[in-house]
Ligand binder design. Structure first.
Ligand code: XMP
Length: 517
C-alpha cells in the first residue's frame, strides 16, 4: 500500500482518496507510527499529510526520523513537507507572511518529475504560516511562491519529495497530476488497484473467515449494507440471509426496490419484517427529535432481534450455526473511531440503528477499507441496480426525523410524495453528482396561508435541503439552478395535497446539521 501519515485535521482522508483515484491502494496511519512499523507494512510509497499545527509549537506532531531513511519514496504535503524539511536539515522560518487559499505558484527549472511538463505558473491551494526558506542539502527547489521561496523540493536519488500546497484539494489546478506523478513516475507504483480486485480479494477473505457457518445481514435499503451483503453473497451464496425491517419510514418505492430489484440482481435470500404498525404505535404522540430517534432505534433492534432469533432457531435444525453478522462499516468510520483491526463484537452502529452488545455475533465487514465512492463502484461491478447504488445517504431513522412534529401515516404519505418529486426532478436535471443529498422536510406543526385555485388554503411548508459535501462532516447548501427549484416547487404544491409552500434551506453545516432533527 501507500501509507498516508496523518498529522491531524481531515487532510489525510482526502489524500487517501485521491491516491486511490490514481488506482493505488492507500491506508491511513497515525504520525506516531514507528519506522519499524512502517517497514513492516512494506509500503510502496508514503505521503505525509498536512495538519493544523506549526512545527514550532511545543509538542507539535513529529515523525520518526527513521521513516525518511527507509528508502521508501516519500511525498510531504504542507505540514508534512515542513516536517521533512526540518528533519533533513533545511530551514523552516516564521516569515510572518501567510498564504491561505488560492495562490500563484511558479515552477522553478524544469519542475522535475513532480511538476515537469506543466504550466510554469499555476494556481494552488495554500494554507500555512511558516515557510521553508532553505531546502535541505542535496535537494532541488522545484517551485516557489511570493511568501515561500521553497514551495516544492525533491531529491530524486533519495526518493524524497515535498510540496507546500495541498495537491489533494480540487482548487489546486494540477493537484491530481502532482500526486500521480509522485506515485507512478517518482515512486514507480503501477495504477492497478480497482474495484475488480477488491471484490476478488474480499471474496477470498470472507470465505476464509466464515467457513461453513451461517451469516445474517440487516439491509437498511442504503448503499452500504446493500453492497456489503452483495459481496458476502458473492462469496458464500445462501449461507447468507438478509433481514429487511420495513418500519414505514422509508421513501417511496424503497421496499419494492429492495424486495424486487435488489433480490433479482443479487439472488440473496431476503426476509422482510413488516413492522409498520409497531413503529407507528410506538411513535404516536412523540414530537421530540431525540425521543423519536431512541424509539426508532429501540423498535428497530426489537424487530431485527426477533427475526435474527427465528433464523438462528431455524438454522439450528440443520446444525449450521449462525455465527456472523455483516456490517456495512466504511473506512471513514474506522479511521474516525481510531482504527482497530479484526473482528469485534457489536457495539453500536448507526447504519442499523445501534444493535445491542448482547447480540453475540462476530462481524463481517467487507467494506472497512473503502470510501463511499468506491463502495458505489463495487456495487455497480456486482451488478446492483442503479436506484440502490446511486442512492443518496439516508438516515437510519428515515422519514421519521424529516417530519418536524408527530409522525403519522398521513404525514408520511405526504412527505413521501414530496420527496419522490424532488428526487425525480433532481435526477432528471442531472444533478445527482452535484448534490451529496437533499433531505426533504415536512414542517408538520407549521401552517401558512395560501391561495390555490379560487380558494384560500392553510397548508404546510416543505423544506428543500440540498447540500454539497465530501463526507457529511461539513457541508454547504447547493446552489441549485432556479428553474429546477421552480419546477420542484410547482410540482410539489400542485401534486401534494396539504402543501402550499416550498422553501429552500440556505444554511451551511456548521451551523446547521444536514438533517433537521
Ligand atoms: P447531520 O444531520 O448530523 O447528518 O448533519 C450527517 C449525515 O448523517 C446522516 N444521518 C444519519 N445516518 N443514522 C444514519 O444512518 C442516523 O441516525 C442519522 N442521522 C443523520 C445524514 O443523512 C447525513 O448524511
Amino acid at each position: 500500500p501507500v501509507l498516508v501519515v496523518d498529522f491531524g485535521a481531515q487532510y489525510a482522508q482526502l489524500i487517501a482518496r485521491r491516491v486511490r483515484e490514481a488506482n493505488v491502494y492507500s491506508e491511513i496511519v497515525p504520525h506516531t507510527i514507528s519506522a519499524a512499523d512502517v517497514a513492516a507494512k512494506n509500503p510502496a510509497g508514503i505521503v505525509l499529510s498536512g495538519g493544523p499545527s506549526s512545527v514550532y509549537e511545543e509538542g507539535s506532531p513529529d515523525l520518526d526520523p527513521g521513516i525518511l531513511q527507509l528508502g521508501v519514496p516519500v511525498l510531504g504535503i504542507c505540514y508534512g513537507f515542513q516536517v521533512m524539511a526540518r528533519q533533513l536539515g533545511g530551514t523552516v522560518s516564521q516569515t510572518g507572511l501567510r498564504e491561505y487559499g488560492a495562490t500563484n505558484m511558479t515552477v522553478q527549472g524544469d519542475g522535475g518529475s513532480l511538476l515537469g511538463e506543466q504550466p510554469s505558473t499555476q494556481t494552488v491551494w495554500m494554507s500555512h504560516g511558516d515557510a521553508v526558506t532553505e531546502a535541505p542539502e542535496g535537494f532541488d527547489v522545484l517551485a516557489s511562491s511570493e511568501a515561500t521561496p521553497v514551495a516544492a523540493f525533491a531529491s530524486v536519488h533519495r526518493g524524497l519529495y515535498g510540496v507546500q500546497w495541498h495537491p489533494e484539494v480540487k482548487h489546486s489546478e494540477f493537484g491530481q497530476r502532482v500526486l500521480e506523478n509522485f506515485l507512478h513516475d517518482a515512486a514507480g507504483i503501477p495504477a492497478d488497484w480497482n474495484s475488480g480486485n477488491v471484490i476478488v480479494e474480499q471474496v477470498a477473505r470472507i470465505r476464509e473467515q466464515v467457513g461453513s457457518a451461517r451469516v445474517i445481514c440487516g439491509l437498511s435499503g442504503g448503499v452500504d449494507s446493500a453492497v456489503a451483503a452483495a459481496i458476502v453473497h458473492e462469496a458464500i451464496g445462501d449461507q447468507l440471509v438478509c433481514i429487511f425491517v420495513d418500519h414505514g419510514l422509508l421513501r417511496q418505492d424503497e421496499r419494492r426496490q429492495v424486495e424486487e430489484d435488489y433480490v433479482a440482481s443479487t439472488g440473496v435470500r431476503l426476509v422482510t419484517v413488516d413492522a409498520v404498525d409497531q413503529f407507528m404505535d410506538a411513535l404516536a404522540g412523540v414530537t421530540d427529535p431525540e425521543t423519536k430517534r431512541k424509539i426508532i432505534g429501540r423498535e428497530f433492534i426489537r424487530s431485527f432481534e426477533n427475526a435474527a432469533e427465528a433464523l438462528v432457531r431455524e438454522a439450528a435444525g440443520d446444525g449450521e450455526k449462525v455465527k456472523f453478522l455483516v456490517q456495512g462499516t466504511l473506512y471513514p468510520d474506522v479511521v474516525e473511531s481510531g482504527g482497530g483491526t479484526g473482528t469485534a463484537n457489536i457495539k453500536s452502529h448507526h447504519n442499523v440503528g445501534g444493535l445491542p452488545e448482547d447480540l453475540q455475533f462476530d462481524l463481517v465487514e467487507p467494506l472497512r477499507t473503502l470510501f463511499k465512492d468506491e463502495v458505489r463502484a463495487i456495487g455497480r461491478e456486482l451488478g446492483l441496480p442503479e436506484v440502490i447504488v446511486g442512492r443518496q445517504p439516508f438516515p437510519g431513522p428515515g422519514l421519521g426525523i424529516r417530519i418536524i412534529g408527530e409522525v403519522t401515516h398521513d404525514r408520511l404519505e405526504l412527505l413521501r410524495k414530496a420527496d419522490a418529486i424532488a428526487r425525480a426532478e433532481l435526477t432528471a436535471a442531472g444533478l445527482d453528482d452535484t448534490i451529496w443529498q437533499c433531505p426533504v422536510v415536512l414542517l408538520a406543526d407549521v401552517r401558512s396561508v395560501g391561495v390555490q385555485g379560487d380558494g384560500r388554503t392553510y397548508g404546510h411548508p416543505i423544506v428543500l435541503r440540498p447540500v454539497s459535501s465530501e463526507d457529511a462532516m461539513t457541508a454547504d447548501w447547493t446552489r441549485l439552478p432556479y428553474d429546477v427549484l421552480a419546477k420542484i416547487s410547482n410540482r410539489i404544491t400542485n401534486e401534494v395535497d396539504g402543501v402550499n409552500r416550498v422553501v429552500l434551506d440556505v444554511t451551511s453545516k456548521p451551523p446547521g446539521t444536514i438533517e433537521w432533527e
